[in-house]
Design a binder for this molecule. Sequence first.
Ligand code: 13P
Length: 252
Amino acid sequence: MRKPFIAGNWKMNKDLKGALELTNGLKRNLTDVEDVEIGLFPPALFLPDVVDACTGTRFAVGAQNMHWEEKGAFTGEISAPMILSVGATHVIIGHSERRQHFGETDETVNKKMHSALKAGVLPIMCVGESLEQREAQKTLDIVSTQIRDGLESITSGQMARVVVAYEPIWAIGTGKTATPDQAQQVHATIRSILAEIFGDDVAQGVRIQYGGSVKPDNVKSLMTQPDIDGALVGGASLDVDSFTALVNFKEA
Ligand code: 13P
């Protein structure tokens, strides 16, 4: 059985005080949750404080991005060993906002995947199509290429530590969610591609999150799909009550 993984990608939101208020609120509400994995992805600047505030919880804390090199002259960047050094364990790689605004490609995503896994940081690799690509019926081709190229030369052993997030770009921050059927179709395709590359055993163990306007009122219908194993949440992860409701999706 795949353990559901609900993660909050805070993007470029909150200041230090707000980040700690959110973390402490979630800690009050969710410390006892055992059957759902919870992940917090604050801005990198706040990672040490959020890690500290999560002491005594099972929350995973991670960065929203990293460089593929371990160190060097890359002004403004952070690396996998740096993430580990402050006690964070995870990283989001290849988010569509990084692809759209910061020139990330499947090739740089792949370099980052190798770097994270080599260092021992657990990656969430994001894929997803634009509205134009969906309307041109190219969704499955686009996602297939992103999966194959992003995971090039990753071993089966490494793949067991990877989470995949399917985030259709047209559903991010727009209030337009993919229907549960639309999402399930892409998730099932992703799992069959993973089975082709890594074998069925590994593919059956990989958690595939859905992201794009996940809210307390639609989370349950998404999570009941057979190949949807979690959510990567933007807007609704910034508020204690709504993120709490998402983690408690079974009660929705
Ligand atoms: P929203 O939940 O705000 O649509 O953002 C989704 C997302 O991009 C999570 O990484």
